[in-house]
Design a protein around this ligand. Structure first.
Ligand SMILES: Nc1ncnc2c1ncn2[C@@H]1O[C@H](COP(=O)(O)OP(=O)(O)OP(=O)(O)O)[C@@H](O)[C@H]1O
Length: 302
């Protein structure tokens, strides 16, 4: 199929998460999407998620009904749930990013809904991107172990979302958090280190332009592992500056590895997150890449 896409003839399903980002307070994107379908006479319909993980079921049903494009209206969690059903299928993923962090949308240059996300659906092109899989759980933006899994776990229980909620939750989780020791192997090198966070990223950022893997590409068949060894009151501010400036390389707290397959061993079982979704796992975490296994509609100039 050509890398160009014509949504006017492609059967499309929009999946709207009323719980994502600002949708919770102001679901105007639901009306905006219905108006967009009517205005452009699209062969499309909108379905709403009713519970966590429902988006995967809705996306699977859409593919079974012959949809060629499934559009996630939400953040990275919604995107993850929709994309999980699309991996290795001919159907493409569209994205109206409206979550709290929007890491993959930002990396792919997909604008906010008010700045051209809908236009991208009309005149975008298809880009095949890699998928990461951590102990059987797919991720498209980033997965993490340690403090960020702890934050994701707490964040998923919050009733209010957004950057300020992330910061408040992060500060309260920080006090009392005990880093673990990890043995990390990528096939060519091995590393044993105490870590505050071990993140494995497909894109270059967590979201909100927080660059955990500067220079990463989503279609190079590689994943990008970053260890943040120690975060204290003394080094938190310079580390945050580096993360938000894309200058993590050179930090004495950061170790980076690339690879198509990682194995991590830790002393204690606990949570991991994949695109912010939390899973309890054992002491061994196996992470691999499926190169170019997801087709995504991105702006034509990217
Ligand atoms: N109807 C629903 N009620 C409650 N939770 C839902 C519902 N539908 C989906 N969810 C859950 O909402 C969660 C948050 O969605 P999402 O990640 O898209 O938004 P976000 O956390 O605000 O954005 P980001 O991941 O970009 O920070 C997901 O874990 C998803 O499973």
């Amino acid at each position: 199929m050509s890398s160009r896409y014509d949504i006017r003839s492609a059967r499309t399903c929009f999946i709207f998460n009323p719980h994502s980002g600002h949708n919770r307070r102001d679901p105007y994107l639901l009306d905006r999407t219905r108006a967009f379908i009517t205005e452009h006479k699209l062969p499309a319909e909108v379905r709403l998620t009713e519970r966590p993980r429902h988006a995967t079921d809705l996306a699977r049903a859409a593919i079974a009904e012959g949809c060629e494009l499934v559009v996630a209206i939400g953040g990275d969690g919604t995107l993850n749930e929709v994309a999980a059903a699309l991996v290795d299928s001919p159907a493409a993923l569209g994205l109206i990013p409206c979550g709290s962090g929007n890491g993959l949308g930002r990396h792919l240059g997909i604008p906010d809904p008010g700045r051209g996300a809908y236009r991208t659906l009309l005149d975008g092109r298809i880009r095949a991107i890699d998928t990461g899989v951590a102990n059987g759980h797919p991720f498209f933006n980033a997965m993490g172990i340690g403090f960020d899994a702890e934050i994701s776990s707490r964040f998923n229980h919050l009733t209010r979302r957004g950057l300020s909620a992330y910061v408040r939750t992060g500060l309260s989780a920080w006090f009392g958090y005990q880093p673990q020791t990890y043995a990390i192997a990528n096939g060519t090198s091995e590393l044993e280190t105490r870590a505050f966070i071990v993140a494995v990223a497909n894109s270059d950022q967590y979201g909100n332009d927080c660059f955990i893997a500067p220079g990463a590409s989503v279609d190079d068949g590689q994943l990008n592992l970053t260890v943040l060894k120690h975060v204290s009151v003394l080094n938190a501010a310079p580390l945050a500056w580096r993360l938000f400036r894309g200058r993590l390389d050179g930090s004495p707290q950061a170790v980076r590895l690339t690879g198509a397959h990682f194995t991590l061993q830790r002393a204690h079982a606990g949570p991991i997150h994949t695109d912010g979704e939390v899973h309890e796992t054992g002491t061994t975490i196996d992470i691999a890449v499926k190169p170019r296994s997801l087709r995504v509609l991105v702006p034509s100039e990217r």
